[in-house]
Design a protein around this ligand. Structure first.
Ligand SMILES: [Zn+2]
Length: 194
């Protein structure tokens, strides 16, 4: 998967945590209760050691993290970038990253943390740093909340023109269909007029 450089794994994980682990509406329906542990494992799947390290004792912490991450999207969507930045600074100061070089199969890779770092502070730092980079590179407008009715899920816009308004193509299609029906109704009313 090729990603634009300003949207990194931390930003994408932030979207996933916020959407999977906070209550609300998704694509017209209330968000169903989820298996937190399973959801976290799926979100951190890009880093296999993280998947293995997630355990039941981290559940509440990841749910709390998801809530804080969502608050940042809500703030930015509402035009409160200063507040979102302050919130991120707080999280970053609580969970500083520890850049660390690790040799894997003979090749050096730069990681945010040593491989034995605790899973929750590590992913907190990764997510916060990703979102902070969006603000710090003047890309905050790419973080938003779905415009569709009965949906409040968040998204990170990777489109070239930054014109995304929906969390998913499902929501986009739902709104398109509703608009099409509304137009058809209006047309029918107009045609029937004497
Ligand atoms: Zn949506």
């Amino acid at each position: 998967m090729k990603l634009d450089s300003y949207i990194d794994a931390g930003t994408l994980a932030s979207v996933e945590f916020a959407n999977r682990l906070t209550p609300g509406y998704a694509n017209g329906k209330p968000v169903a209760e989820t298996d937190v542990l399973q959801a976290v494992r799926e979100v951190v799947a890009i880093d296999p050691p993280s998947v293995a390290a997630v355990s039941e004792k981290d559940e509440d912490g990841f749910v709390a993290l998801a809530k804080r991450l969502r608050a940042i999207f809500v703030g930015i969507d509402g035009g409160h970038i200063d507040e979102a930045a302050e919130l991120l600074n707080t999280i970053l100061s609580e969970h500083p990253a520890t850049p660390y070089l690790a040799k894997e199969e003979g090749v050096w890779h730069l990681h945010h943390h040593p491989s034995d770092a605790a899973i929750l502070p590590m992913w907190t730092a990764i997510c916060a740093e990703g979102l902070a980079r969006m603000i710090g590179t003047q890309n905050a407008h790419r973080l938003g909340i779905c415009m569709a009715e009965n949906c409040d899920r968040v998204f990170a816009d990777t489109s070239k023109n930054a014109t995304r308004r929906f969390c998913s193509s499902a929501c986009q299609n739902r709104i398109k269909t509703a608009a099409f029906r509304a137009r058809k109704r209006t047309a029918a009313v107009t045609e029937n007029k004497p």
